[in-house]
Each structure stands twice: as C-alpha cells, then as structure tokens.
Design a protein around this ligand. Sequence first.
Ligand SMILES: [Zn+2]
Length: 284
Amino acid sequence: MTSNRATVCLTFDFDAISIWIGPYAATSPSMISRGEFGVVGVERILRLLDHHGLPATFFVTGHTADTYPDAVRAIAAAGHEIGHHGYLHENPAALDPGQERAVLLRGFEALDRAAGVRPVGYRSPAWDNSPRTVELLLEHGFSYESSLMGKDYEPYWCRVGDVIQADGPYLFGPEVDLVELPVSWMLDDFPHFEYIRLANRLSPGLSAASKVEEIWRDEFDYMYRDTPGGVLTLTMHPQVIGRGHRMLMLERVVDHVAGHDGVRFATLATVAEEFRAAHPRPGS
Ligand SMILES: [Zn+2]
C-alpha cells in the first residue's frame, strides 16, 4: 500500500517468565507456568503475522532471550523488529542509577546472544521511566521509546528535565532526540485479561474479548476518521493474547483495519524513522 492514511503497529511484549519471577516475585510453579505459555503464544502470533504478511515489533526481556533463545531467533528470522524491554522486567523507577544502567546493558547482551540483534527501540517494563531513563537511552543510541501517554495517535519528541511543582505550573523541559511512540492501558491486553490475586491486590481481568475488540476497533475508527496519518499502537503479550478466543479477536481486529483504504501495518522502528525524516531534530 502506498498511501498512508493510517498506520497500525502491532506490538508484543514477550515477558514470558520474567514478569512473574521479577515484579511478582513468584515461586509458585503455577504462576510461573503462565509465563511459559508465552512461547505457545509466540508460535500462534508468528503464524497469524505470516498468514497476513504483517510486520510487528516484539519487546523482549533479556531473561526471555536467555530462557527461550529459539523463540527469539524465530521472531527475528521472520523479519520482525525486536526491542529492548529490560532484563527481568524491572521497573526503572525503582532502580538506582547504577542498577538501571546495568539492566540496560544486560538486556543488550542477552538479545545479542540469542539473536544477534541490537535494538533501536525501548519499552519500559511497567511503562514507568526513572528521571534518568531518557538520557540513558540517548546515550545508548536508541531511536525511540514507547512507554508514555502524552498523545494517542501521534508520535512526539521525548523531553528531559521536566520540573514537578505542586505550588506552581508544571515546567516542561526541552525536547530531545528520542521519538516517543505513545501507548495506552486501554490498548494493552494485559489489564483487560489477566487475573492476578496477590495478598494486597486483586486485578480481576478476564474481560470478554468482545469488549476489548469494541474498544480497539473504535479507537481505530476514530483515528481513521479524525486524524489522517495517525498511528495506532496496540500492546499485546504472547501469554495473554495467545489464548484461542483472544487470537480470534485479534484476527477480527486485523481484518477490520485491513478493510480500510490507505491503511498499513508497520513496525515502531519504521514509524520512528519516518517521524525523524519529517521533523527537525530538537535543538537543531
Ligand atoms: Zn512487559
């Protein structure tokens, strides 16, 4: 497709076991096995993408790359983009500067070991960034990051040096040479679907796929009608979307999108490159 009235980015966060033994500190074999299911999900997703000829972006934790190198190699071999997603799904906001840097480097090393890739994109686990994350990503040559929510259908430049004030206006720091490809919890399969019961928390999840389908389709329809050239980024997890009835839902969403004129699917790396080509770099 040559025209570009709308772009949809299918992104998959391949957390596998790391999200359970990392943030959730799981030792239960049952809880851990929820992450094992991610490999089943990846196989199904790769078949769907191949069948429809779609490119996608997979954010892979270093721990996943070390645990399931064959699955990560299969993703790369199919031509999909692989992005950085921490090592053990660490929340950067909870790390000190030395830890945050070490986790970034461990992630690079694991992705290189498994599939020989050097990512240009970063998605923060938990979608939290520390006050240092953007500068760290700049230092390591990233093109984009995808964890913020300041817009919905438009990429924008990240900032550094924002000042949080409770007794005056919020002060915005300068834009920097890192593209933001924004996300949203409602466009993320995890909170809709995952049932998590902890001592101090219950996430009910287990939504009907039809509810999520309605939200995702209507987000696309509004963007298609009102924001020409818009970009819609869906965030999915192989261990979540890979369940049978949800795969059927994803197929329906793909068919709905593909049925519109001038729509294409693209990787986040492609969208970031196009944004860079169309906008002057901050500070230049
Ligand atoms: Zn994740």
